[in-house]
Design a protein around this ligand. Structure first.
Ligand code: F6R
Length: 611
């Protein structure tokens, strides 16, 4: 949450920072600001999108080769010009941009007020910069030293960059718990919350570690620990194509990402499965193969859409590998004194790899000696680096705030894992395994076919764009898909939606059904087909409007539904990879028809780095 960008070098800093902030806007978009060294230390900030800041800068002198910018997702203090970053210290000699939360800010603020510091905003970040100023004045030390000492005083999470009027060629940055990537160009340096603002200029990056401090001064980079020990940076070469972070002709990133799924699903299997030669392999699993094969229990921790992928994995792993699986909301897990054993394997699923609740759940499980396996999309992210082993989903950057291709990539990787463990344990018959592998290989082409339903789904969206409530029903493997469909709709269209296991409806939610209620039923041909037919009858008897997702060629359910969306036939184990596609498209089109900002829905941010 919150995006930060900074630049120092030979180019104009302002356009680089504004462009970078636009790339990071998925992380927060309630206000934005920039600090530049143009004779003095100038700060410009505005409530609203980065484009509003850009318009505000039109008549300002923004010439500078050094600067930093921020796009905010409010935690402390409402979104307005004053609470927007950067924040000056009381003397206005230094300024900060900050991503994260300082938990002991209230106590620090009281102390700083008693020492004469004054505050304009309600933010914890302004406390941080005043703390740095206080330390610098009291210790008569350099800015870098003051920042380093301040890191010992603050509790919480941060990625910060600090600029000082007295050191016009210097950037000081530090991180703990919030991501910060440093880009190294020829005579220039970049800092950003992720690599997307950087890769246009350089592919050489350093992921700062927790409690590291980077000082860039007069073209030199110096990285130190909080204990002031010099660190040797590990420079990584990033293989990220610029096109992957641009809209490529689509109206929204979300639509682009939905349509990328045939490729992203293929990428998540690439090198891991070739059905013709019965090749099935995942390096992360191989390392811990014995642990997986002998595991008495697997715990899955995740949030939101990733948690839904975890639910699919529960069904897959229990079915194929016969190992008990528990799926936990990461946010609940750490606060409820869970039983975690050394023999447990904890699978943490996260697109961003930065979700604070998931990170905290991992830390708890680690402290109890469990083996942690991460499934992340963002390469080099905090979760990817903190786990014992893992597998990247290789879906490519997901920029739309609503997760789409990350979900199908996670489910693909989890399917492979369930197949590998099942086959190693001997609980998944070879003939069934080979059949599943062959069918999984067909999935990208079938997703391609499901995407052809776009126009038809748009027409259905038109009919329901003014609905105030929706119910999504599914059974078995399609139950998590019902939850995911409901989440997609509510987060981008702001229509209230509930997902339920279809049979659970009669235990309460059925009371909601009347002629106004659209009910999306995922009713593909599988083991519970007959049962879901009965559930549809129950909805119809109460005059609910049935939108059915069925298997191509089905004639029974279409005869009892108001609207029908036919998807290609597949194994019930792989159904979520196909049945989620029309639901993503339905929520997308409804949101567009309602005039909502689908890529940046209100109140949300892509990576939730606060608890
Ligand atoms: C929904 C969505 C969120 C995320 C959740 C976890 O579309 O994007 O529910 O799935 O915040 O995020 P990650 O997977 O990055 O840990």
């Amino acid at each position: 949450m919150c995006g930060i960008v900074a630049y120092v070098g030979h180019r104009e800093a302002c356009p680089i920072i504004i462009k970078g902030l636009k790339r990071l806007e998925y992380r927060g978009y309630d206000s934005a600001g920039i600090a530049l060294m143009n004779g003095t230390l100038s700060v410009y900030k505005k409530k609203g999108k980065v484009s509003e800041l850009e318009a505000f800068l039109q008549d300002k002198d923004v010439h500078s080769n050094i600067g930093m910018g921020h796009t905010r997702w409010a935690t402390h203090g409402e979104p307005n010009d004053v609470n927007a970053h950067p924040h000056f210290s009381t003397s206005k000699k230094i300024a900060i941009i900050h991503n994260g939360i300082i938990e002991n800010y209230a106590a620090l603020k009281t102390l700083l007020i008693s020492k004469g510091h004054t505050f304009k905003s309600e933010t914890d970040s302004e406390v941080f910069i005043n703390l740095i100023e206080d330390i610098r004045e009291n210790n008569h030390c350099t800015l870098a030293e003051a920042v380093r000492l301040a890191l010992h005083e603050v509790v919480g999470a941060y990625a910060i960059v600090v600029l000082s009027k007295d050191d016009p060629h210097q950037l000081v940055a530090a991180r703990k718990g919030s991501p910060l990537v440093l880009g190294i160009g020829k005579g220039e340096y970049f800092l950003a919350s992720d690599a997307t603002p950087i890769i246009e200029y350089t592919n050489d990056v350093v992921y700062l570690k927790d409690y590291e401090l980077a000082v860039i001064k007069n073209g030199e980079l110096d990285i130190r620990s909080r204990e002031d020990v010099k660190q040797t940076p590990y420079v990584q070469r990033l293989e990220m194509a610029l096109e992957s972070i641009e809209k490529g002709g689509y109206e929204h990133f979300m639509l682009k990402e939905i349509f990328e799924q045939p490729r992203s699903i293929l990428d998540s299997m690439r090198g891991r499965m070739i059905s013709a030669s019965n090749h099935l392999m995942m390096s992360g699993i191989r390392e811990f193969e014995n642990k997986f094969v002998n595991a008495e229990r697997i715990l899955i921790v995740a949030c939101g859409t990733s948690w839904h992928a975890g639910l699919v994995a529960e069904y897959l792993i229990e079915d194929f590998a016969r190992i008990p699986v528990e799926v936990e909301y990461a946010s609940e897990f750490r606060y409820r004194n869970p039983i975690i054993r050394e023999t447990d394997i904890v699978i943490a699923i996260s697109q961003s790899g930065e979700t604070a609740d998931t990170l905290a759940a991992i830390e708890l499980a680690k402290s109890k000696g469990a083996t942690i396996f991460g499934i992340c999309n963002v390469v080099g992210s905090s979760i990817a680096r903190t786990t014992d082993a893992g597998a990247y989903t290789h879906a490519g950057p997901e920029i739309g705030v609503a997760s789409t291709k990350a979900f199908t990539a996670q489910v693909t990787v989890l399917t492979l894992i369930a197949m590998i463990i099942g086959s190693k344990r001997g609980t998944l018959e070879t003939s069934k395994l080979h059949g599943l592998m062959a069918e999984l290989e067909n999935i990208p082409a079938k997703v391609e076919r499901a995407l052809k339903l776009d126009q038809q789904i748009q027409e259905i969206a038109e009919k329901f764009k003014n609905a105030t409530n929706f119910i999504y029903l599914g059974r078995g493997y399609n139950y998590p898909v019902a939850l995911e469909g409901a989440l997609k709709l509510k987060e981008i269209s702001y229509i209230h939606a509930e997902g339920y296991p279809a049979a659970e409806m009669k235990h309460g939610p059925i009371a909601l059904i009347d002629e106004q209620m659209p009910v999306v039923v995922i009713a593909t041909k599988d083991g519970s087909y007959e049962k879901i037919v009965s559930n549809i009858q129950e909805v119809r008897a109460r005059k609910g409007k049935v939108i059915a997702i069925v298997t191509e060629g089905d004639t029974t359910i279409p005869a009892m539904s108001d609207f029908v969306i036919e998807i290609p036939e597949t194994s019930e184990h792989l159904a979520p990879l196909l049945s989620v596609i029309p639901l993503q498209l339905l929520s997308y089109h409804i949101a567009v028809l309602r005039g909502c900002n689908v890529d940046q829905p209100r109140n949300l941010a892509k990576s939730v780095t606060v608890e």
